[in-house]
Design a protein around this ligand. Structure first.
Ligand SMILES: [Zn+2]
Length: 198
């Protein structure tokens, strides 16, 4: 059986993979132990906006779990940052495993063939480009706008610039898809969109 933990915000018992671990650092600060590897007293919370916000409103809950007074005013931002970093790791793994599809025509074709689980969009992709892809994708494929630029996404697949990358349904994209799912649940709002084309 997979290890289960209790979310200190809502008291539901879940598999560890659905939760994020918080630990008390030696300086008595809360640290997001995203991959659950740090030693020390820990507490678990759902990687979801509602539960995280509940803890920000009730710091005493965290203090009780960690047995120390703590400041969790910025907990939401810390967790979002940790998820964004994990998305970056996921993009690297997926790219190395050949599970990312870039280039408008190739992506459109892969969408039509139902091979794309999700689409990540550059912060500066044009609405026209994204709108066109959305029409091909239909309602079942989520689109996530990242804070990465077209240039940054392009670099992932060895190209100069990519407005969007499709994430293939493939073993190499498992980590990335899990992190993108978390990114949606934490209520991530990407950097403001600017006009451009790609
Ligand atoms: Zn919860």
């Amino acid at each position: 059986m997979k290890p289960r933990r209790t979310c200190i915000a809502c008291r539901q018992v879940e598999e560890r993979t659905d939760l994020v671990r918080l630990v008390l650092s030696p300086e008595h600060e809360v640290v997001v132990d995203y991959y659950g590897r740090l030693p020390g007293r820990g507490a678990w919370v759902h990687c979801q906006h509602e539960c995280i916000e509940a803890l920000v409103r009730r710091p005493a809950t965290v203090a009780r779990a960690l047995k120390h007074q703590v400041d969790v005013a910025d907990l939401g931002a810390w967790i979002v940052r940790a998820v964004v970093r994990a998305v970056e790791d996921g993009l690297s793994l997926a790219a190395a495993g050949g599970a990312l599809v870039g280039g408008h025509d190739a992506l459109e074709r892969a969408l039509e063939e139902g091979r794309i689980a999700e689409v990540v969009v550059a912060s500066d992709a044009s609405e026209r480009t994204v709108g066109g892809l959305r029409r091909v994708a239909g309602d079942d494929v989520p689109f996530v706008v990242l804070s990465a630029t077209r240039e940054a996404l392009g670099t992932r697949v060895g190209k100069r610039s990519r407005a969007a990358l499709g994430v293939l349904v493939a073993p190499a994209s498992t980590h990335l898809l899990r992190q993108l799912h978390r990114l949606r649940n934490v209520g991530y709002v990407s950097a403001s969109r600017s006009r451009g084309d790609g």
